[in-house]
Design a protein around this ligand. Sequence first.
Ligand code: BEZ
Ligand code: FE
Length: 289
Amino acid sequence: MREFDESSITDAVVARMAGSRSERTRQISEALVRHLHAFVREIRPSPAEWEAGIGFLTATGQKCDDQRQEFILLSDTLGVSTLVDAINNPVSGDVTETTVFGPFYVPPPEFGHGDDIGTAIEGLPMLVSGRVRKASGAAASGAIVDVWHSDEAGFYDVQQMDKTGGLAGRGRFTADADGAFHFWTRRPAAYPIPTDGPVGAMLAAQGRHPWRPEHIHFKITAPGCRPLVTHVFAQGDVYLDSDVVFGVKESLIQPYVIHPSGDVAQGRTMSGTWVSLDHTFVLDDQRQA
Ligand code: BEZ
Ligand code: FE
């Protein structure tokens, strides 16, 4: 057949893919074509609307470079990142729940227990302590704990290297024999995701705000365990119910406890208000990858 119309085009495209190099490629290609065609049949775009759609995807690609990943932002804000995460990391016993990775991870510098990873950023002093154990019960001694978060104005180091002079508000810790770790930093803040690109324009057009509730990112790995990518969110944040990237889970919300000046932290009498967070992370040692 040479000629196609609205009712014959989908099957014709799918048939051309029958010789795909692998069954998975064929399955993915067929689903993509069927869903994309169903979308177009539902929307019935005018040529100008279809051109605008292609323009949007083109601008999304053009906004990407080695510092900025606009397609990840698009996936995050359309809930696709959370859907992929939910499919791959179903809730399992008391294993710590996962959430989106986000675009601001870079491998962090190593620090020792009690070090301060926030010397180059502004914010209230914050003591973060935690422990890592396996779902089967044992401490995950030697677990590698990567941490990253924004400053008090809601910016990550990689967004303001001119100000921080390098990586800041991020670090790598090795859990001790009991699976424990602790460090000092500065309290982060809720922040809007970058809105100066096509995703920002999309959010505005959809009448959505761009904010994420205050959180600290953790990526934890240990031999024999499934890697954990998660956040710990600040209890009481106004954006917990409307996170622009749909990343919040009830089990990941913890008090960021405010302490008055004069309170003692890790043997230090503090001369101003400070904040503490403590959390236990449970790794899945039944499923490794
Ligand atoms: C983040 O939490 O760093 C983040 C996640 C998704 C989109 C933008 C930022
Ligand atoms: Fe973040």
